[in-house]
Design a protein around this ligand. Structure first.
Ligand SMILES: Cc1ncc(COP(=O)(O)O)c(C=O)c1O
Length: 396
């Protein structure tokens, strides 16, 4: 498949738009000079509306997991009681990090494929009045479930007003609306390689005034990830340590593209691509893994059906230029995932379904040629609120 660019349909790293690729190849600059300072300021300011905060954002040279670790170690102390709400593999990871650093973690686990339930969180919190923090996953990438963070945060605020709410939004922020301040969320983490259309390497962490205050009291060990050092350096246009400059170029350009398109259009595009993906998979006869009430708008998981030789099927799909993600953790071999976040377009989703349709027919599955592409297109257009005959009005 060297003649074509692969249609990278994994839930991150996501494909880079051409101008982002060019940005990443630019010459290095002095990271302690004015050009970097201006870029850092653009990124930190430009991110705030997507976080839905007027509070400070920190940018770390780290994978998303580094951002999760920063969230934990900056606001907690060993022995603090923490409620780790997990709906999949990444929720487990968040809770595990807290435990490793000495928090006293109580877990509440949803059945994989389902969202967390506000009432269950309330019940758990009633039994732990001294809870210092609640860990939530916004978008569980392993199952394709998007938690209703506004509702869950409201439940925490009511039941345990003192508890800090830490949210992993690594695979959602930038693709869907988020209102950190309005929802009373204290720390939110995201990563450059997801909705931001950049390479992996930067984690962005926003903290509420409560969380910034908590950092002064928290005693978990931290050095590289001390968010106060990042905030203080940012005030003079710098990062405390050498940043991933090339990734910063890309995030800067990605943000410019997102703002040019408009945040609402970005969110609508993600919704349309998610609707198209779900409809296409169903038309191909696949069962969707996630509870439809909380289906993710950035990644869709489908069950690998009995009798389908997944390895052979996926091999053909890959040779045809579409890269899917397999299952993670206990879902390995049981589900596959289609990523639809970042620079994704409806046309790319339709292209993926054309390939999946042919591979399905070749695998002996009963599929009417064109049916999945048509179903995906109709659902995508319906999501935009227009009929199949109209133009999708996709951004240039
Ligand atoms: C929801 C979620 N949290 C955390 C991570 C971890 O990010 P990273 O792999 O960059 O450490 C991911 C990565 O896929 C994710 O999807």
């Amino acid at each position: 498949m060297d003649r074509f660019e692969p249609n990278l349909r994994i839930p991150g790293p996501t494909a880079l738009p051409p101008s982002v690729r060019v940005a990443g190849g630019r010459q290095m600059i002095n990271h302690r000079g004015p050009e970097f300072a201006a870029m850092l300021e653009r990124i930190l300011t430009g991110m705030k509306p997507y976080f839905g905060t007027s509070s400070d954002v920190a940018i770390l040279t780290a994978a998303g997991s580094g951002g999760l670790e920063a969230a934990i170690v900056n606001v907690l102390s060993p022995g603090d009681r923490v409620l780790g709400v997990s709906i999949g593999s990444f929720g487990d990871r968040f809770a595990k990090i807290a435990g490793i650093f000495g928090a006293d973690v109580t877990k509440v686990d949803a059945e994989w494929g389902y969202a967390a339930v506000a009432e269950e969180i309330r019940e758990r919190l009633r039994a732990m009045p001294d809870a210092r923090a609640v860990l939530l996953t916004h978008n569980e990438t392993s199952t394709g479930v998007m938690n209703p963070i506004a509702d869950l945060a409201a439940a925490v605020r009511e039941e345990a007003p003192e508890a800090l709410i830490l949210v992993d939004s690594v695979s959602a922020l930038g693709a869907v609306p988020f209102e950190m301040d309005a929802w009373g969320v204290d720390v939110v983490v995201t990563g450059s390689q997801k909705a931001w259309m950049a390479a992996p390497g930067l984690a962005m962490v926003a903290a509420s005034p409560r969380a910034w205050a908590a950092m002064e009291r928290a005693t978990m060990p931290r050095f590289y990830l001390d968010l106060r050092a990042h905030r203080d350096s940012a005030a003079s246009g710098q990062t405390p340590f050498t940043p991933a400059v090339a990734v910063a170029y890309q995030v800067d350009e990605g943000l410019r593209l997102m703002d040019q398109e408009g945040a609402d259009a970005v969110f609508a595009r993600h919704e349309a691509c998610a609707a198209a993906t779900r409809a296409g998979l169903v038309a191909l006869g696949f069962e969707l893994f996630a509870d439809p009430r909380h289906a993710s708008r950035t990644v869709t998981a489908a069950v690998v059906p009995e009798g389908l030789d997944w390895k052979a099927f996926n091999g053909e799909v890959k040779r045809s230029g579409v890269v899917l993600a397999g299952g993670q953790g206990k879902l390995a071999g049981k589900v596959f995932r289609v990523g639809h976040l970042g620079s994704v377009t409806l046309e790319e989703i339709l292209g993926a379904f054309s390939t999946l349709e042919i591979a399905s027919i070749n695998a002996g599955r009963t599929v009417e040629p064109g049916a999945a592409v048509a179903a995906a297109q109709a659902a995508g257009l319906a999501s935009y609120g227009i009929g199949a005959r109209a133009s999708a009005g996709m951004p240039a």
